[in-house]
Design a protein around this ligand. Structure first.
Ligand SMILES: [Fe+2]
Ligand SMILES: [Fe+2]
Length: 362
């Protein structure tokens, strides 16, 4: 009999087996015991803010069926194009700057709004088109300190998302700042705890969950816009009231927090993390479409998903049937299921539920 151990979801990999049911705050089973973990399960855990799971403690080689261990689709090709390399260089500099800013705010120093905004805006200015960001972030190499690169990503993605939502210039600037600060409270939690391998106590998990409140406390008396503070405080709230720290519902959640919570999960699923391979964007869009009901703001979410999908118009993809074809039309109401041209045939994935996009080829 394999023994069971509790691990934080950052250490969860595809191929591991659940040693116990994962339940939500109402006791409903989200993922049953003995499930072999796939990307969609990691997405669901992230969406429900589950911080740890119990897995069967099998030898590492048993975690991965051959197909997952050697995914031909995930061979990483190093990028050498100049605009990307310049972006990556600047990104590395900005990572050091955001670390410095968040740590000094954590030590009681004032928030330097202009300097902070410059971190995001200087990176955004380097992009030829805003949609370039999505493939840059997909390919970029970051340092090990996830909190800092994640803060930059959430800020950049929130800025673009706010443009898509047609917010005002002032609102876009505020949401860009809120994105940089959203996980500020993590600086109050020791790195040792954030990266601790193996079993964590209930108190340790409770303390990680306090980061949105800690972040709010660090800025609540600072001279920055009220809405930015709300974005930081509420970024883990969920529409049905199952979130934290307040457990408030839809109409009470600040729109900035709703934007950040969508982007937060998107970044966790698409950037390089140790616990999963980077996902095909259409798979991530599909997971959002089917799993987020009652948790994320759907009217905002669909604007985000449709715009991301539009970036891939004209690209050649491989379908679950093995066929290759070109994306020729994106439906705004089901962006994960575009119309594909395969040779002479036109396939509308929206009415072909058994077919899906497996991989973007070129
Ligand atoms: Fe957070
Ligand atoms: Fe976050």
């Amino acid at each position: 009999m394999a023994k069971s151990i509790r691990i934080p979801i950052e250490q969860l990999s595809e191929g591991m087996t659940l040693g116990d049911d994962v339940v939500n705050s109402n006791g409903l089973i989200l993922i049953p015991k003995n499930t072999v973990i796939h990307q969609k399960h990691i997405f669901r855990l992230k969406l429900y803010d589950i911080l740890s799971v119990i897995i069967l403690d099998l030898p590492v080689t048993d975690y991965y069926p051959e197909a997952i261990r050697q995914p031909h689709a995930n061979i990483h090709i190093e990028r050498t194009d100049l605009p990307f390399l310049e972006f990556q260089n600047n990104y590395a500099i900005k990572e050091t700057q955001i670390k410095h800013h968040l740590e000094s705010i954590s030590n009681g120093e004032p928030v330097q709004i202009d300097e902070l905004l410059d971190i995001s805006y200087s990176l955004l200015e380097q992009l030829k088109t805003k949609s370039n960001l999505f493939n840059y972030l997909h390919d970029i190499k970051t340092t090990d300190d996830y909190t800092f690169s994640h803060s930059i990503n959430v800020s950049l993605l929130s800025n673009i998302f706010a443009h898509w939502l047609q917010l005002t210039h002032k609102e876009i600037e505020e949401i860009t700042l809120a994105g940089l600060l959203h996980d500020l409270g993590k600086t109050k939690i020791s790195l040792e705890l954030l990266n601790k391998p193996g079993k964590l106590t209930d108190e340790e998990f409770a303390s990680i969950k306090k980061h949105s409140q800690y972040g709010f406390e660090l800025i609540k008396d600072q001279t920055i816009p009220y809405d930015v503070k709300m974005g930081v405080l509420m970024h883990h709230e969920k529409l049905n009231g199952s979130g934290y720290p307040l457990g408030i519902k839809d109409e009470y959640i600040h729109p900035y927090a709703k934007i950040i919570s969508i982007v937060d999960i998107y970044d966790a699923m698409t950037s390089t993390r140790s616990y999963h391979e980077k996902a095909c964007p259409f798979k991530v869009i599909h997971m959002f479409e089917y799993e987020s009901y009652g948790l994320l703001d759907t009217s905002m979410l669909f604007v985000f998903l449709a715009n991301i999908a539009h970036n891939y118009l004209g690209r050649v993809v491989r379908l679950s049937s093995g066929d290759e074809g070109k994306i020729i039309f994106i439906h705004n109401t089901s962006p994960s299921k575009p119309i594909i041209e395969v040779g002479e045939k036109i396939l509308d994935l929206a009415v072909l539920p058994h077919l899906s996009i497996e991989e973007i080829l070129y």
